[in-house]
Design a protein around this ligand. Structure first.
Ligand code: SME
Length: 155
């Protein structure tokens, strides 16, 4: 199945501009990404916890339940992306020491931080059951999605 970042970006734009609570919109975005992109097997948002310094809290997601509902900055792929304020791509999680396993089926992960008015407010986390699945197309998609979802990422 082929997928087109531009079509997905347009659909996300419609979701964000449509009706519903912000967390419902985020849930729809997760569902859409997981449905449209064949190598996205878990899609979720982590929010920067405003009540505890340097901690991420799990927000809406699509895929298997995870025990990692709170992640300190620096821990795992998500915590590293938050601490370094940059996108982290892990093509093969079995070669990674600083990794928090969510599901045994996960082979690769991409995490990208989201900024709103200059502050980091959360991140988009995507797990894949395929090794080395991410290409510049994924970057293109995530780079376009970050500013669209930024206003929705709050507790
Ligand atoms: N694998 C992540 C933890 C979150 S789960 O993938 C949902 C990490 O290493 O930070």
């Amino acid at each position: 199945m082929d997928w087109n970042p531009r079509t997905i970006i347009e659909e996300v734009r419609r979701i964000v501009g449509g009706s519903g609570a912000d967390d419902e919109k985020l849930q729809r975005v997760c569902d859409l990404l997981a449905e449209r992109v064949p190598h996205y097997d878990w899609v979720g948002f982590y929010l920067v916890n405003p009540e505890k310094e340097r901690e991420l809290v799990l927000g809406p997601y699509t895929g298997a339940a995870t025990e990692h509902t709170r992640i300190p900055f620096g821990r795992g792929v998500c915590g590293r992306a938050a601490a370094q304020r940059r996108t982290v791509v892990v093509g093969d999680v079995t070669r990674e020491d600083n990794y928090l396993a969510c599901s045994a089926a996960t082979k690769a992960e991409i995490v990208t931080p989201v900024f709103h008015s200059g502050a980091m407010v959360g991140q988009i986390d995507i797990d894949s059951h395929t090794t080395d699945p991410f290409t510049p197309r994924d970057r293109e998609l995530l780079d376009a999605l970050r500013p669209l979802v930024a206003p929705l990422l709050h507790p």
